[in-house]
Design a protein. Structure first.
Length: 378
C-alpha cells in the first residue's frame, strides 16, 4: 500500500467525515462503518522528506543552470561556452595570462570595452611590458572616449617597440581629440607610410589638415594618393570639389600666417603635387614637381588659346608633340599668386613644374616619421 503524507479527512470506505483518532491502540476508526487503519500508515516517513528535499534541490539546480546558460547566450552570444569556462577558472583562481588575453579579445569582438579594460588591466598588472595588453588597453579606453587615460598605455606600447599601424592610427586619433592637431597629423602620415591604402586614416588626415586651415596641404595629399587625378575617384573627386568651393568662400577670412609657407607631402619620396589655380578657371589643378626639367608644362586644353605666343619643336622632349608656348598672366601656386608664368603646352601631357617655376619659390626638404615633405615659402 502506498504511504500517504497525511491523515484522511473522510472515511475511505463510507465517506463519513469524522474519524476517531483518539483510541489507545494507534488506530483510525470510523464510528459509522467501523473501518480501521493504523495511524502509522499515514505518518510522513523520514525517507519521504529527504526524497522531496533532493527533488527540490535538483529542480532548483536545473532551473538555475538553464537560466545561467540563457543569460550567457544573451550576453556572450557565440562565445558563451568559452566565457563560462574562463569565468569558472577566474572564480577558482586558476585563470592565466593567456586566459585574460582571450577574455579581452572576446570583449573586443562584442564591443564590451569596459570588460576589455578589466581583462587587459589584469594582464598589465602582472606583465607591465606586454605589448598586446598595452595596445588593447589603450584602444579600449579610446573606444570609451577616455582619451587622456589611453595616453600612458600608448606611450608604454611604443616604448617596448610596438609598431602596429592600427595602434598608431588610434594614437593619432587620440591626439586629435586631445587638441594636439599637428602631432595627430604627423602620426596619421606615419600610419599611411605603413599602409598607404588605409582609407579611414587618409580621410581623417584630410579632415585634420582642414581643421588646421592647411587646405593646400590637404589638396596636395589628395593629389599624391591619386597620382594627380582625384577626379578619377568618386570619393576624392567630390572631396576636392567641396574643399575647393569652401576655400573660395573663406579666402578673405583666412589667417595670413597660414600663407607664409606650404608643406606638400609624399609617402614614398616621389609624386609631390602643388595645388594650382588659373584665374580664368577657378578650379584646382595639380602640378607635379619635377626638378629634372627646366620648364613648366601644361596640357594644351588647360590654357586659353589667346595666351599662346608661338609654336616650336623641342627636341629634348620624350614625345614629338607640337608645342605651344604661352605666358599665363596670373597663376596661383599654393597660397601665392605668381605673375607672367611662362609655360609650354602639349597634347594630353600631365602638368609638370620644372626649375623655372620652383626657382620663384624657396624650397627645402623635410623627412618626418617616415614621410617626405617639400616646404615652400615665398
Amino acid at each position: 500500500m502506498k504511504k500517504k503524507s497525511k491523515f484522511p479527512e473522510n472515511c475511505p470506505q463510507c465517506g463519513h467525515p469524522q474519524l476517531d483518532r483518539s483510541n489507545p491502540f494507534g488506530k483510525l476508526k470510523c464510528p459509522n462503518c467501523f473501518w480501521l487503519a493504523d495511524v502509522s500508515d499515514y505518518a510522513v516517513k523520514p525517507g519521504s522528506s529527504w526524497r522531496t528535499l533532493s527533488q527540490g534541490i535538483y529542480l532548483f539546480s536545473l532551473v538555475t543552470f538553464i537560466i545561467f546558460i540563457g543569460v550567457q547566450l544573451f550576453l556572450w552570444q557565440q562565445f558563451s561556452v568559452e566565457v563560462s569556462w574562463l569565468m569558472l577558472k577566474r572564480v577558482t583562481a586558476q585563470a592565466t595570462i593567456d586566459d585574460w588575453l582571450d577574455m579581452g579579445a572576446i570583449c573586443n569582438s562584442l564591443e564590451k570595452f569596459n570588460c576589455s579594460v578589466d581583462s587587459f588591466s589584469r594582464v598589465v598588472d602582472h606583465q607591465p611590458s606586454n605589448p598586446q595588453a598595452l595596445a588593447n588597453l589603450a584602444v579600449a579606453y579610446c573606444r570609451l572616449n577616455k582619451w587622456q587615460q589611453a595616453q600612458k598605455y600608448f606611450e608604454a606600447y611604443f616604448s617596448v617597440g610596438g609598431d602596429a599601424f592600427d595602434i598608431m592610427f588610434w594614437y593619432a586619433r587620440s591626439l586629435t581629440h586631445l587638441g594636439e592637431k599637428r602631432r595627430g597629423a604627423d602620426w596619421y602620415y606615419k600610419v599611411l607610410t605603413k599602409k598607404a591604402d588605409f582609407m579611414e586614416a587618409s580621410t581623417e588626415l584630410v579632415d585634420q589638415l582642414m581643421a588646421m586651415d592647411h587646405y593646400e596641404e590637404a589638396l596636395s595629399f589628395i593629389a599624391h594618393i591619386t597620382d594627380g587625378h582625384p577626379e578619377k575617384d568618386m570619393f576624392w573627386g567630390k572631396k576636392v570639389a567641396n574643399l575647393n568651393a569652401y576655400m573660395h568662400g573663406i579666402e578673405k577670412k583666412r589667417d595670413p600666417r597660414t600663407k607664409e609657407s606650404l608643406k606638400i607631402p609624399s609617402l614614398n619620396g616621389s609624386g609631390f603635387y602643388l595645388p594650382m589655380w588659373m584665374e580664368e578657371r577657378g578650379q584646382v589643378d595639380f602640378i607635379l614637381v619635377d626638378e629634372t626639367q627646366a620648364d613648366v608644362v601644361f596640357p594644351r586644353e588647360l590654357v586659353d588659346v589667346r595666351l599662346i605666343k608661338r609654336v616650336r619643336k623641342k627636341k629634348n622632349w620624350k614625345i614629338d608633340d607640337s608645342v605651344s608656348e604661352a605666358i599665363v598672366p596670373r597663376l596661383r601656386v599654393g597660397p601665392w599668386w605668381l605673375t607672367d608664368v611662362k609655360v609650354f603646352l602639349c597634347e594630353g601631357c600631365p602638368i609638370r613644374g620644372g626649375k623655372s617655376l620652383l626657382n620663384r619659390l624657396h624650397m627645402k626638404e623635410l623627412t618626418r616619421f617616415g614621410s617626405d615633405f617639400l616646404i615652400f615659402s615665398q
